[in-house]
Design a protein around this ligand. Structure first.
Ligand code: 4GY
Length: 247
C-alpha cells in the first residue's frame, strides 16, 4: 500500500515511520510512505501556506492554493487514491475503518494546521474527513501517523500471520486477555498456573474467559456488538453472577 502525506511539517514523521513494525513494513516493501511538503507549492512570495481568516478572529488559516496544488501533484502520482483529511468533524477511526482503508491501493492524507484549512480546499480536494477522537490536536500530523499505523496492521504480512490484526482483541470486539512473560515469579507475584501446564484447550478457555471478564468490567458497551458464541454467553452469565457477589 502507498500512503502519501501532505504536510507543512514533514520532519515530524521520521522516527515514527522508521521504528519498529512500521519501519520493518517499509523495508519489506509492504508499505510505501511518501512525505510531501506543501510549502514548495505556495505561489506567494515568501512561500506562505497560511493567511489571516476572512471575518477576523484569532489564528491563521491554511491557504487553499498550496493545498490544492500539492493534492493535484499527489493525485498525478497516485491516481484513484482515497483522499483523506484528518480532522475532528470526520467519521471516527475504528478497527472497521482501518480494515476498510487497508483494502485501498493508496491513500493521500492531508494534514491541517493552525486554525484549520480554507473550506474550499476541503470541498474540492478530499473524499472524506476522518477523526482519531474527540479532541483538537495542534495539527493533523499526529492523526495521520495514528491512522497510518493502525491501517498498516491490516496489510497482509505486516504482522506475523499468527499475530495478525484479524486474530486479536478488537477484531472480535473484545478486550485482550492479560499476558505474562518471564520470570514466573516476580517478587511473589506469580503467573497464573493454567498458563504453565501446557494444556492448550484449557489455556484457550481461560483466555477467552479473561477477555470476556475484562470487557464486562472495563467496556461493557463493547459486548453489544461483539462476536459471541453460545459458550461465550454462558461464560458471561457466570461472570455476571460472580461479579454481582463481589458488589
Ligand atoms: N482529532 N482527528 C484531528 C485533529 C488537527 C482542525 C487544524 C483529530 O483527526 N485529526 O485534531 N486535527 C486539526 C484540527 C484545525 C488542526
Amino acid at each position: 500500500m502507498t500512503v502519501e502525506i501532505l504536510t507543512v511539517f514533514p520532519e515530524m514523521f521520521g522516527s515514527v515511520l522508521s521504528a519498529s513494525i512500521l519501519g520493518r513494513a517499509r523495508e519489506q516493501g509492504l508499505l510505501d510512505v511518501r512525505l510531501t511538503d506543501i510549502r514548495p507549492f505556495s505561489k506567494s512570495k515568501h512561500k506562505n501556506t497560511d493567511d489571516y481568516p476572512f471575518g477576523g478572529g484569532a489564528g491563521m488559516v491554511m491557504m487553499a492554493q498550496p493545498i490544492m496544488d500539492a493534492m493535484a501533484s499527489a493525485v498525478s502520482r497516485l491516481p484513484g487514491a482515497r483522499r483523506i483529511y484528518l480532522g475532528p468533524r470526520g467519521r471516527k477511526l475504528t478497527t472497521e475503518v482501518a480494515r476498510e482503508l487497508a483494502g485501498e491501493e493508496s491513500l493521500i492524507l492531508l494534514c491541517g494546521h493552525y486554525e484549520g484549512v480554507d473550506q474550499r480546499a476541503l470541498d474540492t480536494c478530499v473524499d472524506e474527513e476522518i477523526s482519531i477522537g474527540d479532541y483538537i490536536l495542534t495539527g493533523g500530523e499526529l492523526a495521520a501517523m495514528v491512522l497510518t499505523d493502525c491501517v498498516a496492521r491490516f496489510i497482509p504480512g505486516v504482522l506475523g500471520s499468527a499475530e495478525s490484526a484479524e486474530e486479536e482483541s478488537f477484531s472480535d470486539g473484545l478486550l485482550e486477555y492479560p499476558q505474562y512473560t518471564r520470570p514466573r515469579d516476580l517478587d511473589g507475584m506469580a503467573v497464573p498456573d493454567v498458563l504453565l501446564n501446557g494444556d492448550h484447550a484449557k489455556i484457550r478457555r481461560w483466555r477467552r474467559r479473561e477477555s470476556l471478564a475484562a470487557t464486562l468490567r472495563y467496556r461493557p458497551d463493547l459486548l453489544e456488538s461483539a462476536c459471541l458464541t453460545a459458550e461465550d454467553r454462558k461464560m458471561l452469565k457466570e461472570l455476571e453472577n460472580e461479579c454481582s457477589f463481589e458488589n
